[in-house]
Design a protein around this ligand. Structure first.
Ligand code: DLL
Length: 433
């Protein structure tokens, strides 16, 4: 039986959703015009006034916001409320430039936690569940967001935060945790550790996982589900828009429903900024229509994916986004060819490897080189050179047919690549160092 946290909105007829969006959008545009001089200036430069926005169809008239705007306006330039009305900040790790600092009023936190509660409920969560939140707590949004959502659903919440893997396993076992929230790479690490300790899928109390914050392949999902004996659901979000819960997966496990009563999604061509028709692949752009303190309008996420309004078996009418292929900034250009790390992951897992890999890109004699380093599984581990070469050759052929370019494959001993407790670092691009 499908469960909903806010059924009226999650399953609302399309016309009703559109009319909610229109009302909220008009109000939000007036709000930023009145309270965010930085964005008002952008509107003036484009010759747009609040009265030009009469419905969601007018969204395209508004200027975009990008990471650069966030940097230029840091820290208070995009604030929509006086500081005395703000109750919290969250922040990104700042791996691609300056940190993003996002502000929240109590109202913003409430809506954010509702979004996370929708995700937990869609994964089957109820007040009978024990929900272990192993995303990092603190400035990162993963821990606080899912913690809040878990409270709203009424789960018994275990706020372990990330790290200390054996203690994570102890809590799961001792308190019979049923839902695990963490990054997919950390879930894979926990799964590996359970296996090493001799636990099979039926010995583990977990029944569902809510995994996001980084790109992960369908093959990785299958691996985690099998080892932990759970259903693994994807969850998407970003600090600028609140955090996790912008979109979440349902029982269909085929893409994530976007919480459209809070966020309007568009797909654009990242080069021309032209809005693309539904079903096209491009850059995701979001407008947060009821956030007060940090009201992002047409924010360019740099995430590459597709949208679909096809009817979903779960009964929700909210539009779905496909798994993002990764950020446009993660896309590698190697000898002129576009390569996403997630494509490499797919080939590795399809060939029986686990997701313990690193991609090293360099430039030697003016030519880009691609080295895929992956651990052998304990079962395939051997010091027979001939056998290792055979494995390398097979993998190299698989990569060539997926990517269209040749990659060097280095097979490593099990456990030689550091495990990740948060977002995994998969790519080392020496061309940029
Ligand atoms: O990662 C928020 C989050 C926490 C989402 C926990 C899900 C679970 P940031 O640190 O600001 O926020 O990073 C946001 O991470 O633009 C995507 O590139 C990537 N990302 C997030 N979720 C997914 C996902 C959090 N499910 C950036 N699949 C986003 C692929 C994801 N990429």
């Amino acid at each position: 039986m499908e469960r909903y946290y806010q059924k009226e909105i999650e399953c609302a007829p399309l016309e009703e959703l559109r009319s909610i969006q229109t009302e909220k959008l008009k109000k939000q545009v007036q709000h930023v015009w009145d309270n965010v001089p930085y964005y008002r200036k952008k509107m003036e430069e484009k010759g747009v006034k609040p009265e030009d926005i009469q419905s969601v169809d007018d969204l395209g008239k508004l200027p975009f916001l990008s990471k650069k705007d966030l940097r230029d306006a840091y820290p208070y330039g995009l604030l929509g409320k006086p500081l005395k009305d703000c109750v919290r900040i969250q922040s990104t790790s700042g791996t691609t430039g300056k940190r993003v600092v996002a502000f929240y009023t109590q109202h913003d936190i409430d809506l954010w936690e509702d979004c996370c509660a929708r995700a937990i409920t869609a994964a089957g969560g109820t007040d009978e569940d024990v929900c272990q939140v192993s995303y990092g707590y603190g400035l990162f949004t993963g821990g606080p967001g899912l913690n809040g959502g878990s409270h709203k659903v009424g789960c018994l919440t275990i706020p372990t935060s990330s790290g200390n893997t054996d203690r994570q396993i102890m809590f799961i076992n001792d308190l019979s945790a049923t839902i695990l929230c963490c990054t997919p790479s950390y879930a894979a690490y926990l799964a590996e550790r359970f296996k090493e300790l001799g636990y099979g899928p039926n010995d583990i109390s977990l029944k569902a996982g809510i995994f996001g914050a980084e790109a992960w392949s369908e093959e990785m999902r299958a691996d985690i589900e099998k080892t932990l004996g759970i259903k693994a659901y994807d969850i998407y979000g970003l600090t600028e828009l609140s955090g996790p819960g912008v979109a979440f997966e349902c029982s269909a496990q085929g893409g994530m429903h976007i919480n459209e009563d809070h966020f309007i999604a568009e797909i654009i061509d990242p080069d021309t900024e032209e809005v693309l028709p539904e079903g096209s692949q491009g850059e995701l752009v979001f407008t947060a229509i009821d956030k007060e303190a940090f009201p992002m309008i047409r924010y360019r996420t740099r995430d590459i994916c597709k949208l679909s309004r096809e009817k979903c078996s779960c009964g929700r009418t909210l539009i779905k986004m496909a798994k993002p292929m990764g950020r446009s900034d993660d896309m590698l250009i190697i000898r002129g060819v576009n390569v996403f790390p997630s494509q490499i992951e797919t080939v590795l897992l399809n060939n029986g490897y686990a997701a313990n890999y690193q991609i090293v890109v360099d430039r030697v004699n003016n030519t880009d080189t691609l080295d895929v380093q992956v651990e052998m599984t304990p079962e395939m581990f051997t010091d027979n050179v001939g056998e290792v070469e055979e494995h390398q050759k097979k993998l190299s052929e698989g990569l060539k047919s997926m990517l269209g370019i040749k990659a060097k494959v280095s097979l490593l001993a099990p456990k030689s690549i550091a495990r990740s407790e948060g977002k995994a670092v998969r790519v080392i691009d020496k061309r940029k160092i």
